[in-house]
Ligand binder design. Structure first.
Ligand code: NAD
Length: 490
């Protein structure tokens, strides 16, 4: 693309689109071409955004007027629906993501905003009379200024999941997307910022690297951090937030098990396992079911079929029709995935993939063949560590007890899947697995009105649903004394 037509994204601070400290060119991980530039911000831009956000929560009507918030959010959802193709195009250009998937993500942005627009008027507490002369009103209030630190793998979906409940509950927000996908995040916020009723400073975007994230976790005027990213960074964030005791929500990594019993509907289990592995986004999905646990008597047949499916997938630029698996996001991610593949070769049997793809146009991008390892031991590194690439480890189990033990045998607890025709087994396993979401005879669907989140090192707090809304609120007890002579029953 020529520099003249290239879009130069900016930060959104206090209702104005402003430059960062520097500018960075973003290249498509599929083609290597520069697609646009994004701002690289410093603490000056962050401070200005926090001042604007603080001003918006302290002085305006935003935090106190749910009707205003509902109106703005419904209008935003309408604008997103009108621009789904444009947003998806931007997302595919910057991430190589399969276009149909990018459209689903843009649609998810609209759906999430609609959902949270609908429940802005559900932010309420309760009233208790602990004594005849006392009335306690428990009100839910916004936390204040929310700092959202987001990764690159689902920029629109994650902006929606964070911004929707934060704004519905009456907060102002400062969003720091990952630099690599700041373009689609900015494009999504351009639509929001165009709504005249949105008070300046309620929504701010400060694009930048890890340093800006760190500065946010230490910032004295940010009240809450909503962090999505890896478990190791999540721990750093938690430690840093301790300095000012910020409210914190953490959505972290996973190594989710998919358990296939020998009585499962095979075609359904296979389809669910392939979908669960998230090959469609080169495995770069937190909920990906990357540990496939198969019962002994089915193991060989199932892993052969899984390997065949992986081998036959069409890999390429997500912008091209018919592509089923896009590139990984960056050279660093490519190297990380290939390093894990080498580890896997030493620990298990390679059944599919296991290499970088460089044929023809693929040579310009970061493509990895969908990879399946079989005969993986539960304590192998490729069964324990999140690879975040198109790599699946197939493990064996003999009975439900062993399946549950292996399923729970990592530091993570984000999601799990179980395929069986036996409802007792399904429920028994679902109850024994320590994971925030368990899918039975299906995998991967999320809905705005159903909570999701992680256990153990996969995070804390819940997203979506009423609990997801409540994450962005504080409870206050207003205790009212009543003249005892006038109290009920006196
Ligand atoms: P990452 O942890 O490296 O980075 C995430 C964000 O944190 C980025 O914006 C980054 O700039 C920022 N950051 C990095 N170091 C920081 C620090 N010390 N303090 C504050 N901010 C900092 O993660 P990633 O590689 O970008 O994303 C992939 C990870 O995200 C995977 O582990 C994936 O499972 C996870 N993820 C989880 C969910 C979920 O819902 N649980 C959703 C999507 C992605």
């Amino acid at each position: 693309m020529s520099t003249a037509t290239m879009k130069r994204y900016r930060n959104l601070i206090g209702g104005e689109w402003v430059v960062g400290a520097e500018e960075r060119e973003i290249r498509s991980p599929a083609t290597g071409h520069v697609v646009h530039t994004v701002p690289v911000s410093g603490e000056k831009q962050l401070d200005a955004a926090v001042v604007a956000a603080r001003g918006a929560v302290d002085s305006g009507s935003w935090s106190w007027d749910p009707e205003l918030r509902a109106r703005v959010l419904f209008e935003y959802a309408r604008l997103v629906r009108e621009n789904i193709d444009a947003l998806a195009t931007e997302l595919t250009r910057e991430s190589g993501k399969v276009f149909g998937l990018a459209k689903n993500e843009a649609r998810r942005l609209a759906q999430s905003i609609e959902y949270f627009a609908g429940i802005t008027r559900w932010v309420y507490g309760r009233t208790i009379s602990p004594r005849p002369d006392l009335l306690n009103i428990i009100v839910r209030e916004p936390v204040g200024v929310v700092g959202a630190i987001l990764p690159w793998n689902m920029p629109l979906g994650l902006v929606a999941r964070t911004l929707g409940p934060a704004l519905a509950a009456g907060n102002a927000i400062v969003i720091k997307p990952d630099e690599l996908t700041a373009g689609s995040s900015a494009a999504a916020l351009e639509l929001l910022a165009s709504i005249p009723d949105l008070p300046a400073g309620v929504v701010n975007l400060v694009a930048g690297g890890d340093g800006i994230g760190k500065a946010m976790t230490a910032h004295p005027d940010i009240d809450m951090i909503a962090f999505t990213g890896s478990s190791d960074t999540g721990k750093e964030v938690m430690r840093a937030c301790a300095g000012t005791l910020k409210k914190l929500s953490l959505e972290l990594g996973g190594k989710s098990p998919v358990v296939v019993f020998d009585d499962a509907d095979l075609d359904r289990a296979l389809a669910g396992t392939v979908e669960g592995a998230a090959f469609y986004h080169a495995g770069q999905i937190c909920l990906a079911g990357t540990r496939v646990l198969v019962q002994d008597s089915l193991y060989d047949e199932f892993t052969d079929r899984l390997a065949e499916r992986a081998t036959n997938m069409r890999v390429g630029d997500g912008a091209e029709r018919g592509v089923q698996c896009g590139p990984v996001i960056s050279e660093a991610q490519l190297q990380r995935v290939l390093d894990y593949v080498e580890v896997g070769r030493g620990e298990a049997q390679l059944a599919a993939g296991g290499r970088r793809l460089t044929d023809g146009a693929l040579a310009d991008g970061y493509f990895v063949a969908p990879t399946v390892f079989r005969d993986v031991a539960p304590d192998a590194r490729i069964a324990q560590e999140e690879i975040f690439g198109p790599v699946v480890s197939a493990l064996r189990f003999s009975d439900l007890g062993e399946a549950a033990e292996i399923a729970n045998g990592t530091r993570y607890g984000l999601a799990a899947g179980v395929f069986t025709r036996d409802i007792d087994k399904a429920i028994a396993l679902a109850r024994r697995v320590r994971a925030g979401t368990v899918w039975v005879n299906t995998y991967g669907q999320l809905f705005q009105n159903s909570e999701m989140g992680g256990m153990r090192e996969s995070g804390m707090g819940r997203q979506y649903g009423l609990e997801g809304l409540h994450e962005y609120t504080e409870l206050k007890n207003i205790a009212i004394g009543i003249d005892p002579r006038l109290a009920p029953g006196s």
